[in-house]
Design a protein around this ligand. Structure first.
Ligand code: 5GP
Ligand code: ZN
Length: 148
């Protein structure tokens, strides 16, 4: 291993909600994990199954530090396939925001993996600010688990 390939030390930020989800200190509907990334349902889902994939270590955004995108890429692949299959989604959007101007609100980098359905198609309908109806997060979570 060259010095350029040395992994960064695992870093956790005690004030970061996604670090707390990764560690289990805060609850989340976790749908997938591997040694470098964790995926869970977004609490304010834009569409059924909207999930976030985060690196286990704290990296504030994709322009900071080293290699956070490649670190979560295998999990993003797996989660996109999982959601498409288990929820019979018709499509998937991936969205990653870096910085205030880009709309990033939680500064632990994350990829939005958003299943899309033919009855609400297109990029203009990607963001649904109303959030999910009552009970939907739990029913989607059960549907994803049921296929395991
Ligand atoms: P951003 O705007 O930073 O790209 O997206 C942050 C996302 O994190 C939002 O879609 C928001 O709904 C989600 N989020 C914020 N707090 C929590 C939380 O405590 N739990 C979960 N599961 N999602 C959260
Ligand atoms: Zn963090």
């Amino acid at each position: 291993m060259t010095p350029f390939e040395m992994p960064e030390p695992q870093h956790s930020d005690p004030n970061c909600i996604f670090c707390k989800i990764v560690s289990g200190e805060l609850p989340a509907r976790r749908i997938y994990e591997d040694d470098r990334a964790v995926a869970f349902l977004d609490i304010a889902a834009w569409h059924r199954g909207h999930s976030l994939v985060v690196p286990r270590r704290h990296v504030s955004d994709v322009t900071t530090g080293t290699g956070s995108l490649s670190e979560i890429a295998p999990a993003v692949d797996a989660v996109a396939k999982l959601l498409k299959q288990r929820l019979a989604a018709d499509g998937i959007n991936l969205l990653l925001s870096a910085g205030d101007a880009a709309g990033q609100e939680v500064f632990h980098t994350h990829m939005h993996v958003v299943p899309r359905y033919a009855d609400e198609p297109g990029l203009r309908l990607l963001i649904n600010p109303d959030g999910p109806p009552d009970g939907e997060l739990e029913s989607v979570y059960r549907q994803i688990q049921a296929g395991a």
